[in-house]
Design a binder for this molecule. Structure first.
Ligand SMILES: *[C@@H]1O[C@H](CO)[C@@H](O)[C@H](O)[C@H]1NC(C)=O
Ligand SMILES: *[C@@H]1O[C@H](CO)[C@@H](O)[C@H](O)[C@H]1NC(C)=O
Ligand SMILES: *[C@@H]1O[C@H](CO)[C@@H](O)[C@H](O)[C@H]1NC(C)=O
Length: 463
């Protein structure tokens, strides 16, 4: 190699270094700031941070995160990135404030969640893609068509820059978890990390997926049997919903704006029988009646010992839209007047729902990344039976033998659900009595599951 090419290479390297250091040091005062205190929060002994990471300087596109450090020895605990689904729903509104964050809004105050996941890990909640929650793109053209690829790319840029800002989190053990449509987001992001060889640097150990969309046909068509076996539809409607027009066909047609009359007929029949008064994300849970009716906010389910606030979404909406709460969070609204649980501005490419992510799980496992799929067993949206079939098929394809045969697992001396493990790297678990958003309806059981996942242990057997 001659001298000139060395000079050329050195110049390129210098430019690259400059680019990367300028993007890492470009800290505006609103970024990466510690939260002094959230309005109405009880005294706690852990730190919280929130702010923006710019993922595109030119277009001024930035993603908002909320980091909750572990309550116990944060320096020895792993980092878990949490993503909610939608596509287009908020990980702060759903994940942090309704599921496994340290607090749940209740009127003017925040109530401590005693089963919060920051007992076991440092939790990083990310609102993604831009246009969701407090994340934004100053150029609103970005919202016209958002797809899986754009989302994964931004999430990856976010992570690289986030780790550059919080270098103490490198090599501590990193996991990515999420639910529902995060069955796309999580594997797609993990794959980019593995492909760029950042998995060693970030120490990516595993991913966990709750009631995830993994394969459109299997997942959506398992709904008919779930509704039928739970008594929500009749025998004849079940037959129509499986042989005349199944749910996959209906959704597929509606994505293409060409719903056939047979599908309209079957769906009308299904909707009439299920009714609009049942929460399809948990067919046994009561629904949140309009706040106009003076409903008791904390409804008790007698068979479980804890109380579930079925109106937590409304509480969260009110809380996160308070100006002083947004100020305490270092959040700002760009291009929207209110924070909302699911984006009202982005147009997500819905045909992406049909892309299977099982092949990605396959290559992640081949790279040594642990995968756990878990299912709240009362969810009719992505029922456990479809997920169980897909995980079993994946194990078969990878030639992974069963290392823990299908059995019950326990939490507080009761059956927490069922589990099966393949090749000590792929596991499946159900959570008994849980909704689509497992930690919302079964916080205690979900914490047992989360702990086992992080430690790579099998779920507890009977005492
Ligand atoms: C806004 O985004 C669109 C599409 O992403 C792009 O074509 C356009 O150039 C952008 N506008 C500006 C002012 O940067
Ligand atoms: C937006 O939030 C404010 C509180 O900041 C609330 O008063 C208002 O009703 C909300 N707007 C909508 C459309 O929900
Ligand atoms: C799986 O089980 C089969 C049959 O018992 C055995 O031949 C094979 O070696 C096992 N595979 C692994 C990876 O342990």
């Amino acid at each position: 190699m001659n001298f000139l090419s060395w000079v050329a290479i050195a110049a390129v390297v210098a430019v690259l270094i400059q680019i990367s250091s300028s993007s890492e040091n470009q800290e505006t005062p609103s970024e990466a700031v510690k939260i002094i205190e959230l309005p109405g929060q009880p005294k706690v002994n852990f730190q919280q941070f929130s702010g923006y990471i710019t993922v595109d300087e030119k277009q001024d596109r930035a993603l908002f995160y909320y980091l909750v450090e572990s309550e116990i020895e944060p320096a020895s605990k792993p980092l878990v990135l949490w993503l909610n689904g939608g596509p287009g729903c908020s990980s702060i509104g759903a994940g942090a404030f309704s599921e496994h964050g340290p607090f749940r809004p209740s009127g003017d105050i925040l109530v401590r969640n005693e089963y919060s996941w920051n007992k076991e890990a440092n939790m990083l909640y990310l609102e993604t893609p831009a246009g969701v929650g407090f994340s934004y793109s100053a150029n609103s053209s970005y919202y016209k068509v958002v797809d899986d690829e754009m989302t994964a790319r931004d999430n990856f840029v976010f992570l690289q820059r986030w780790f550059a800002k919080f270098p103490e989190y490198k090599n501590r053990g990193f996991f990515i978890a999420g639910e529902s449509y995060a069955g796309h987001y999580v594997p797609q992001l993990a794959l980019l990390i593995v492909q760029s060889n950042k998995d060693k640097q970030f120490n990516l150990k595993g991913i966990a997926l709750g009631n995830p969309l993994l394969e459109f046909t299997t997942d959506f068509n398992s709904r008919a049997m779930f509704l039928w076996s739970h008594g929500l539809i009749t025998d004849s409607t079940y037959v129509a919903f499986t042989s005349v027009c199944n749910f996959t066909r209906y959704v597929s047609e509606s994505f293409r704006f060409s719903v056939s009359s047979v599908c309209v007929g079957v769906m009308d029949q299904v909707s009439r029988e299920v009714s609009q008064y049942v929460d399809q994300y948990d067919v046994t849970l009561d629904v949140c009646l309009s706040s106009l009716q003076a409903q008791s906010k904390a409804l008790t389910r007698p068979q479980y010992e804890h109380k579930i606030d079925v109106c937590v979404r409304d509480e969260t909406y009110i809380y996160l839209n308070r100006k002083h709460v947004q100020k305490a969070l270092h959040a700002r609204l760009v291009g929207v007047t209110n924070w909302s649980i699911c984006s009202k501005v982005i147009h997500y490419k819905l045909l992406n729902l049909e892309i299977p992510t099982v092949p990605i799980l396959c290559s992640l496992i081949q790279s040594g990344i642990r995968v756990m799929v878990y299912s709240g067993d009362q969810d009719s949206i992505i029922p456990l039976t479809g997920s169980r079939t897909l995980v079993h098929g994946l194990a078969k394809e990878l030639g992974l033998n069963t290392t823990v045969t299908y059995r019950v697992w326990f939490a507080q001396k009761q059956v927490g659900g069922w589990t099966q493990v393949y090749g000590d790297i792929l596991s499946f678990a159900t959570i008994r009595g849980a909704s689509h958003e497992v930690p919302f309806s079964q916080p205690e059981r979900s914490l047992v599951l989360f702990n086992a996942f992080l430690e790579g242990k099998t779920l507890p057997t009977a005492l």
